[in-house]
Design a protein. Structure first.
Length: 102
């Protein structure tokens, strides 16, 4: 019987993005995850597609989450659902612009 690879649990805690514009995310336990792509769609949170799924506790909803798409806000991980719930971003003209988490 084979099983799918399990995502490494990282819990909760401070993280930081390393590289320019962001080649990896260093997690609280020191583990680094490769960033495949970054999406600079919000001034207050970065959205990142990562090379492998990680299991973490979302800083916003405090739910356990396993994802390959994560947001970093105030040096903490947000799940895709909470990132999407942040709502519209104000454009330079002052008009709200809806943003998609996907």
């Amino acid at each position: 019987m084979s099983s799918a690879p399990q995502a490494p649990p990282v819990g909760a805690g401070w993280v930081h993005v390393v590289g320019d514009p962001g080649h990896r995310i260093v997690l609280a336990d020191g583990m680094a995850v490769e960033v495949l792509a970054s999406y600079p769609v919000r001034p207050d949170a970065g959205l990142y597609s990562i090379a492998s799924a990680i299991e973490f506790r979302c800083a916003q909803c405090c739910e356990e989450c396993e994802a390959t798409l994560v947001a970093v806000r105030d040096h903490q991980l947000l799940c895709p659902r909470c990132y999407g719930a942040l709502g519209a971003v104000q454009t330079p003209t002052g008009q709200p612009q809806e943003q998609s988490a996907a």
